[in-house]
Design a protein around this ligand. Structure first.
Ligand SMILES: Cc1ncc(COP(=O)(O)O)c(C=O)c1O
Length: 386
């Protein structure tokens, strides 16, 4: 039995242990000066650490929309969507998301985390099987645990292993769900959606695709990996976030009216959480309207990412060969990650060190996150500093 005093002592020892292993973390104050520059400790830094992949958080029309609606509607939303919080901008955003993704409807959540948590726990229960990629985002992992379904983890992007799990276990369960990030958040690689889609069709499973890092970035009009792969949407559920390429805050699910109405009744993170403020919802709609026409910026982001990966490899760094804006630089261990990040900081560049538990112990990396407003010159500065 622990007394409260013992608990604080144990927690303090745990923090010291994390520090000695190079795993201590704390938020550091910084002020954004634009999509690629921050002020930290009185010093201006070039940074590669934001998920605002198209620079939309700084887009003049998005900021204008936010300011105008905030001045008309106030700052907060007052209550959850089913009580008071479903404002006119809420319904505008639902229509905008549905039109963008070519489906009947959408549900907007307070965050991408809440969208995944609410959706998966609304659909999967103790009689079901969930197959989940080993490198899925924490919110998918938490949702699986909370659902009380039988959860089996398949090795990262391993469709053969996924097929074997479905073949051996599918018929013992009511429903089977295959859950995957489409662009993986730390390594920036893309899920083998076509093969997962074939398996879902073969075994009557539903795919749940978290397009958090793909929305706005991948495919024509930025609708993501599922659309690029042209899968039949009837056995897929697509979740996303407003917090990355859209440049705002919030999360969403798109799909049929039946799916969305079910979430209104069952998704606890939607029902029991205050709605997003109208100004933010309006800004998100404006951002999506603009993003659909940014294929040129999406193309230059691919070129920038390919350039940086090529140059990193030539300089002897280990990276991955995809074309997403998330460019990993793999290192040996947490200490090397912290050290490299600290040395870049001295050169006026911030790239975050990613360590366990965000990645497995052997997967420590510096996560270079590009956005469409970074230039070749910015990348060259990073390469010279490295
Ligand atoms: C793959 C993935 N899904 C979901 C989320 C959560 O989104 P949000 O930050 O909007 O809660 C994130 C990011 O943090 C993510 O990387």
């Amino acid at each position: 039995m622990l007394t409260p005093k013992d608990l604080w002592q144990a927690l303090s020892e745990d923090l010291s242990c994390r520090e000695s292993k190079g795993l201590f973390r704390s938020p550091l104050e910084s002020q954004a000066l634009g999509p690629t520059r921050i002020l930290r400790g009185g010093k201006q830094l070039l940074h590669f650490s934001s998920n605002d992949y198209l620079g939309m958080a700084w887009h003049p029309q998005v900021r204008e929309e936010y300011q105008e609606i905030a001045s008309q509607n106030g700052v907060g939303s007052g209550a959850s969507p089913l009580i008071l919080g479903a404002s006119a901008p809420y319904f505008r955003l639902v229509r905008t998301l549905a039109q963008w993704h070519g489906c009947e409807s959408a549900v907007v959540f307070p965050s991408g985390y809440a969208a995944n948590l609410g959706t998966i726990t609304a659909l999967a229960g103790p009689e079901d099987l969930i197959l989940s990629d080993a490198l899925n985002h924490a919110c998918l992992i938490d949702a699986c645990r909370l659902s009380k379904a039988t959860v089996k983890i398949y090795p990262h992007r391993d469709v053969e292993a996924l097929g074997s799990l479905l073949a051996s276990g599918r018929n013992q369960f009511r429903m089977a769900f295959v859950i995957t990030d489409t662009v993986f958040s730390m390594d920036g690689d893309i899920a083998p959606i076509e093969q997962i889609d074939s398996l879902c069709r073969e075994f009557d499973a539903i795919g749940i695709a978290d397009e958090a890092h793909a929305g706005g970035v991948i495919g024509k009009h930025g609708t993501g990996v599922l659309d690029q792969a042209q899968v039949d949407r009837s056995h897929w559920i697509k979740t996303g976030t407003l917090s990355k390429a859209i440049g705002c805050v919030g999360g969403y699910v798109t799909g049929s009216n039946i799916l969305c109405q079910t979430l209104h009744h069952r998704a606890r993170s939607f029902i029991y959480s205050t709605a997003l403020p109208p100004a933010l919802l309006a800004a998100a709609s404006r951002s999506i309207e603009i993003i659909q026409h940014m294929d040129l910026q999406r193309h230059s982001l691919v070129e920038l990412s390919s350039y940086l990966r090529r140059e990193l490899e030539q300089a002897g760094y280990r990276t991955a060969s995809d074309t997403t804006p998330i460019v990993p630089i793999y290192v040996r261990d947490p200490h090397e990650a912290i050290d490299l990040s600290a040395r870049l900081l001295k050169e006026g560049i911030y790239v975050p060190a990613i360590r366990p538990p965000t990645v497995p112990p052997e997967g420590c990396l510096l996560r270079v996150s590009l956005n469409a407003t970074h230039t070749i010159d910015d990348c060259q500065k990073l390469l010279e500093a490295l």
